[in-house]
Design a protein around this ligand. Structure first.
Ligand SMILES: [Zn+2]
Length: 244
């Protein structure tokens, strides 16, 4: 979503391309001022003003849900980018021979670290684990994958290990490029799978990044539970900017 013109350029999981979101909202809301942004970037603002990142000027917010969204606040400002696509970590297209993503690229982190990604993982590996109860499930859910992983199911463990590997890689990339002092992990799956994805992740991150870059970096869970708080933070942030 481009906050400058209010157009949703691309929303992979909604199938949107160039949807004029702001003008559509303006038609219904009349003369009220409007701010439009990507949900994960609004989520990052929610954590900045009302959540786990209060008082932190440099942090990365990762929304691990149906997809993988991300937002970064650096020097107190949300990173937007030339085309408003900064921090599209879910769709980095890292492996041209990797899994096909809904965005059209291959090897995107979202094809591993997301609800959709876990189910893609089950489909990709089930033939290798014929004895796994999860492999025999007709239409597995993400909750079933998490339960099976906790019960020691080898297929589920493989899928979760892959998700953790890519999550760690994505965070490592952030440490190297943005040098955040904090990672805030949110999203439904981020919370539901925190034991499987995040246990020991700070130490793992430290082992893979430069001492000087990761010094003091922390990984915490998000505190804002309603997306309405992210949207309200967008208004708060917009009014503050307008006043300065
Ligand atoms: Zn993608």
């Amino acid at each position: 979503v481009d906050p400058a013109d209010g157009i949703a350029r691309m929303a992979v999981n909604l199938g949107w391309r160039d949807v004029p979101l702001r003008s559509a909202l303006a038609e219904r809301l009349g003369d009220l001022p409007l701010w439009v942004h990507n949900d994960a970037k609004a989520g990052a603002l929610g954590e900045l003003y009302f959540g786990a990142a209060r008082g932190c000027s440099d942090f990365v917010y990762l929304a691990v849900g149906t997809g993988l969204g991300a937002g970064a606040v650096i020097a107190g400002e949300v990173l937007i980018g030339a085309n408003a696509f900064a921090m599209e970590l879910g769709h980095l297209g890292l492996d041209p021979n990797g899994r096909l993503c809904a965005c059209g690229l291959r090897g995107c982190p979202e094809t591993f670290i997301s609800g959709n990604g876990l189910l893609l993982g089950v489909a990709a590996h089930r033939a290798s684990y014929p004895d796994s109860p999860l492999a025999r499930a007709q239409s597995p859910t993400t909750e079933a994958v998490l339960e099976a992983a906790r019960a020691g199911d080898p297929l589920a463990r493989t899928v979760m290990d892959e998700a953790r590997h890519w999550l760690l890689w994505t965070m490592q990339y952030c440490v190297g490029t943005l040098n955040p002092g904090l990672f805030v992990i949110g999203g439904g799956l981020g919370h539901a799978a925190h034991d499987l994805l995040l246990d020991g992740i700070e130490a793992a991150l430290q082992a893979r990044t430069l001492d000087a870059a990761h010094d003091g970096v922390r990984v915490v869970m998000s505190q804002v539970t309603s997306s309405a708080v992210g949207a309200a933070s967008l208004v708060w942030h917009g009014l503050r900017q307008a006043a300065n």
